[in-house]
Design a protein around this ligand. Structure first.
Ligand SMILES: [Zn+2]
Length: 127
């Protein structure tokens, strides 16, 4: 039985192998193996603290950049999408969720990652 983690959960007690971080404002995201996080920050680091670290490096955090003022108080929307969930993030929704899909087994795909990484680049800087 997994216990749903909260932002007060320490790495030591985080139930899953991978801690995921997402941002609602920028496109940045991070998936980190728990062992690596614990090694880097210590086993008593909380998810909240990690989210703060994530915020600190957000490209959207308020500051004036190249003459353009970013919206005030437009803070990083970084969060951990797995807080409060009792299912490991490794499982795709079709497996972890309760929804039944019309067609059943015939529609099931072979074991495939839930999400494919996106490589789309938006904005300049590419070549
Ligand atoms: Zn952000």
């Amino acid at each position: 039985m997994s216990q749903a983690p909260t932002d007060e959960t320490t790495l030591e007690h985080y139930p899953w192998i991978v801690a995921r971080f997402r941002c609602t404002r920028c496109r940045r995201y991070g998936d980190s193996r728990l062992a690596r996080l614990a090694e880097k920050f210590g086993a008593t680091e909380t998810i909240a603290a990690l989210i703060s670290r994530f915020h600190a490096t957000c490209p959207n955090r308020p500051r004036s950049r190249s003459g353009r003022i970013v919206l005030t108080n437009d803070r990083c929307g970084g969060y951990c999408p797995d807080l409060g969930a009792t299912k490991p993030p490794d499982l795709p929704p079709a497996v972890g969720g309760l929804s039944l899909i019309e067609g059943g087994k015939a529609d099931m795909l072979p074991a495939e990652p839930g999400q494919k990484p996106r490589h789309r680049r938006v904005g300049g800087g590419d070549e």
